[in-house]
Design a protein around this ligand. Structure first.
Ligand SMILES: [Zn+2]
Length: 85
């Protein structure tokens, strides 16, 4: 698993590395950009984070939209609108 440091205040993101090195990068950034203090929105991110659960809402909404479009004949109307050859 890889880790990286992200500062939301500066929008600065470090490269993927070990957790120890990501923590060192965070400490170095705090010292350099925030006079050693912790900014409001900094975090260590891991590449093992799960997908955003909201993504499934969008997928379900898209499927529901297609289903409704098919039920009311909109999909057929759109597809049959293609110019004939
Ligand atoms: Zn910062």
């Amino acid at each position: 698993m890889a880790w990286r440091y992200h500062c939301g205040n500066c929008e600065e993101t470090g490269g993927w590395t070990s957790r120890d090195d990501a923590e060192k990068a965070r400490a170095a950034h705090r010292g350099r950009a925030h006079t050693g203090l912790a900014p409001d929105h900094d975090e260590l991110q891991s590449n093992a984070e799960r997908a955003n659960p909201k993504m499934w809402l969008y997928v379900i909404a898209a499927c529901l939209g297609l289903w409704v479009a098919e039920k009311i004949g909109l999909l057929g109307a759109i597809l049959s609108f293609a110019p004939e050859q």
